[in-house]
Ligand binder design. Sequence first.
Ligand code: PAF
Length: 304
Amino acid sequence: MKVFTTTSELKEFLKSGRIAAMKEGKELQVGLVPTMGYLHEGHASLLRKARAQNDLVVLSIFVNPIQFGPNEDLDRYPRDAERDLALAEHEGVDAVFMPSVEEMYPQPIKTKVAVEELTSKLCGASRPGHFDGVTTVVSKLFHIVAPNRAYFGQKDAQQVAVVAQMVKDLNFDLEIIPCPIVRENDGLALSSRNVYLSAEERQAALILSRSLKQLEADVYGGKEVTVLEARQQLTQKIESEPLAEIDYVEIAAFPSLTALQLTNSFNSELEVFGAILVAVAVKFGTTRLIDNVLLTGKGEAIHV
Ligand code: PAF
């Protein structure tokens, strides 16, 4: 496994790989897994999928300052390069790209990539500018690596929708592969930020997966609720946990994030849209967690 800290060295490595493949009459298939490090089993699942579908797997580890707001956790974002590299090696990664902030942003950035509409709701409403930071750094990574496929966790469902929209709008020549949420045995969705939770907060946070799972079971079980009722029930369940402070509880079509008719039955909206995202963002102490469930009409995989 090679580790690169500069764009030029990584590009050189990819170029020689592509030339070697071409000489054998093949096109090198490159998979990119963009991350901010502090890797966990969720990231490992992305790497495994990338490994299975590509000749060469690139993992990027970069805590991207421009996607953090002024009062967010950029400075305390957890980092452990040694452990990340061991996990990457174990998952058969070919190249790790770990640039410094100066390497990625050698001069104050004057160009940003911004996706409209999809970024004004859910996390975009409470984290202004966040998605512009994501789409800008992801565009840079796509230009540097030129992957055939890029892998994103469905836990950040809005990020998947936003990046997929950007790829379509800007003709990036690659496929976005959304990968399922990975959970602890007790249901907690894996996140690098789980490390911030106290034991009591971690226990309280289980309300998210439990209440989302309940809604999923209700809908798939054919229970007739309107979209509004579903949202109210979910909100009440989360509010029943004293340590939970709700940022949002939202239900929207996926991946368009179009608002649903609140007074229509959940199931009829599911038939119209094919896939519905039920997403929550909730604070436990100082830690803001997100979780979601994606309901599909026929229980099929989602293509973005
Ligand atoms: O999901 C993340 O870890 C980040 O938002 C990403 C996609 C690596 C961009 O910095």
